[in-house]
Write a protein that binds this ligand. Structure first.
Ligand code: GLA
Ligand code: ZN
Length: 704
């Protein structure tokens, strides 16, 4: 039996990619030649070039200098590496800023910035768009058919806002297209409040501190939507030029995890594969498990952006990042763990920023494969090379799907609305943090989760979890209700279904559009002071044990059950005895409502109860130390089980499974074993256990 897998993300390199940012324009020829050899030792098969190379490609307006890049492209091809070639628009040359000041970004204070830094350009400026699309065309004409070219890396880490007059005008056009009439806009913005009614489109301006409008919540959210759309439009300006001059070459851009400035679900259809940059800040407690869980969550989110397709980890640090407040070193084994974690969740490659540590400027101390020590026997170089070797041995993992029966919603527009709203507490709104808290149990148990937004397809999941889904956009409630009717389990929480797409509050009791599915009505919400707590007391066994108590804090809603059964009640305060957890049987499914923000143990126990009830299983049964996870990719003839010890202590793992093989060499593997601190192991579970999986020869990487 052979299962379907995805085609390789890079057809020229049908294996896991290993490489990263390479900036040869910063180095003399002898170093570039040495680098070529060192890249082989580091087991690199891919490089990203040209990301910030504008001035090296166009020293003066119209004076192009591609020769160095020609040489570098040829060198990669001759040495079997593929190239993600960037358009250089992320950092403008000084000559451009001086000659065309309109290309520089304007802040929310209305002040145009000075030249410098990066991603400091206007999203709208016709000159910037013309110059960047011309450059894209030249790159595509010159390298579109180059044997090393694998894909276009369009610009770099899109982010930030521009409030210049050109962007303001574009915003007004965007608003006209969205609302059609000022009456519709005024209604959506509830502008009769404080005499904010607009009587001419020209009166509309971008909102924001320190001098601008901050009172119209709908306007604030629209500005974020607009900026996100503008970024996509800017991306398409370059991408269309590339596609026109070099049809068929895939294009992507590097996203930034849960960064809120760009809705990744909106740009996803426009990129050929998803790529993202992961720089987990391992917090003030060095290397805590929570940071690993967050990184896993974001990998799942990136996989979810294109409905489960493999993605590329475009950047991570080979060591630490110099912009952390404290530059803690990556602990031994942690590099392998970080790389395999990405692959486990669906990445088909691990890349870095950057190849060689620069001698100057703001990232001179950022981790790099070749550090200032310039040695291949250095710890970081060795660990990078070891990961590269392992990725070569894991070639059959490339394209293997990752499948989940649980979907967790993280919705950008809802996040923007939560950020903008002035209630029910101004601190600790914690949208993303809360979503991740709903992920933890599954991660610990090795149960696969897909992270989606509220407009994604729901069929195929057994359970959909939608924490704090504050904004319900048109059609979403109907789809969630239908999902339940058809037999699905929906879990949602306090602070869900309060407003429509315009941030106007629903009438009649939240979460209004989901009321019949949930069988409840929210009357009001109580925000608790830091040392104030309530309790959730379980009244009915089934999902949780009767009599169990869990601490609730920060946010507690007062809920009336309509058709729902009450599973738990509040234990304290004037609403003691009121519903805190309800379940409504609706059609063939059930909808669960969690009325308060509860301690972690509540989520763990609730999801343990639900997964047991629904028969949702981990990818492999067994037991392991807390802080270890097991994730699975389903290859053509075998499952690949990634066992990841995300703790700084030795861990014990026992899998209820016989006949496993070690993925790196195909040898038989024990099902009970120890992993050192930050240790990791990949195991193969053959689909035909009597027939161990034959690993393909790992040939030297080759570009065709
Ligand atoms: C980002 C950028 C890179 C580099 C790294 C450093 O991801 O894309 O150019 O600045 O951060 O961590
Ligand atoms: Zn602008």
């Amino acid at each position: 039996m052979r299962r379907e897998t995805y085609p390789p993300i890079i057809s020229k390199m049908p294996r896991l990619l290993h490489g990263g940012d390479y900036n040869p324009e910063q180095w003399p020829k002898e170093i570039r030649i040495a680098d070529n050899d060192l890249m082989k030792q580091a087991n690199w098969n891919a490089v990203s070039m040209g990301i910030f190379s504008w001035v090296s490609l166009e020293l003066e307006e119209g004076k192009f200098t591609f020769e160095w890049l020609d040489e570098m492209m040829d060198m990669q091809a001759q040495n079997g590496r593929v190239v993600g070639l960037a358009t250089p628009s992320a950092a403008a040359p000084a000559w451009l800023s001086k000659r065309y000041p309109e290309t520089i970004r304007t802040g929310s204070d209305g002040v145009r910035r000075k030249h410098g830094n990066r991603v400091n350009y206007c999203w709208t400026s016709p000159i910037y768009r013309q110059k960047t699309s011309e450059m894209a065309t030249r790159l595509a004409e010159r390298y579109g058919k180059h044997p090393a070219l694998a894909y276009w890396h369009v610009s770099n880490e899109f982010g930030g806002e521009c409030h210049c007059d050109l962007c303001q005008e574009a915003f007004r056009e965007w608003l006209k297209a969205r609302y059609g009439s000022l009456d519709a806009l005024n209604a959506a913005y509830w502008t009769a409040f404080w005499s904010h009614t607009f009587t001419d489109w020209s009166q509309l301006e971008s909102p924001g501190e320190p001098h601008g409008e901050t009172a119209i919540i709908g306007l604030t959210v629209d500005w974020r939507r607009f900026t996100s759309d503008r970024i996509i439009d800017f991306y398409l300006n370059e991408t269309n030029a590339l596609r026109a001059a070099a049809p068929g070459v895939p294009a992507t851009t590097n996203l930034m995890g849960t960064y809120t400035g760009l809705d990744p679900f909106k740009i996803a259809p426009h990129v050929d594969f998803i790529a993202w940059d992961s720089y987990p800040w391992f917090g003030l407690t060095p290397w805590d498990v929570d940071s690993w869980i967050t990184t896993s969550f974001i990998h799942d989110l990136n996989r979810g952006l294109k409905g489960g397709k493999p993605f590329l980890l475009m950047e991570c640090s080979p060591s630490s990042s110099n912009w952390y407040p404290v530059m803690g070193l990556k602990r031994p084994n942690a590099h392998m763990l970080e790389g395999l974690q990405a692959i486990a969740h669906g990445a088909d490659g691990v890349q870095y920023f950057q190849w060689r540590q620069g001698r100057g400027s703001s990232e001179q101390y950022h981790g790099a494969v070749v550090a200032h020590n310039n040695r291949t026997d250095a710890r970081v170089f060795q660990e990078v090379a070891a990961l590269g070797k392992t990725l070569g041995q894991l070639t059959p993992v490339a394209g293997a799907p990752f499948k989940a029966e649980v979907a967790l919603i993280h919705d950008w527009e809802s996040a923007w609305a939560i950020e903008a709203t002035v209630a029910p507490r101004l601190d600790k709104k914690n949208y993303t943090k809360t979503v991740i808290e709903h992920y933890e149990h599954f991660w610990e148990q090795g149960i696969a989760v897909e992270v989606i937004d509220s407009e994604c397809e729901l069929s195929g999941y057994k359970m959909v979890i939608a924490p704090m889904l504050y904004m319900i956009k048109p059609g979403v409630a109907e789809r969630l209700a239908q999902f339940v009717k058809d037999g699905g389990t929906l879990v949602t929480t306090y602070w869900s279904g309060w407003v429509d797409q315009n941030t106007l509050a629903f009438q009649g009791g939240y979460p209004e559009p989901l009321r019949s599915a949930l069988g409840i009505r929210v009357e009001e919400i109580d925000a608790l002071y830091p040392d104030q707590h309530n309790q959730v007391v379980v009244e009915k066994s089934g999902l949780l044990d009767r009599g169990s108590k869990y601490a609730a804090s920060e946010l507690c809603e007062r809920v009336q059950a309509e058709t729902a059964e009450v599973l738990a009640v509040y234990g304290e305060d004037f609403y003691a005895g009121d519903p805190a957890l309800t379940r409504n049987i609706y059609g063939k499914g059930q909808a669960i409502y969690v009325a308060s923000r509860n301690e972690d143990a509540f989520n763990r126990d609730l999801f343990a109860g639900l997964t047991e009830q629904l028969g949702i299983k981990p990818c492999v049964e067994g037991s392991w130390t807390k802080g270890v996870t097991v994730q699975c990719r389903e290859g053509a003839t075998a499952d690949f089980l990634f066992v990841l010890n995300c703790t700084d202590k030795e861990a014990t793992i026992t899998l209820n499974e016989q006949g496993l093989q070690n993925a790196v060499d195909g040898t038989p593997a024990a099902s009970s074993f120890q992993l050192p601190a930050f240790g990791s192991r990949v195991l193969i579970r053959s689909l035909t256990p009597q027939q161990p999986v034959a690993l393909p020869e790992v040939a030297a990487p080759a570009a065709s």
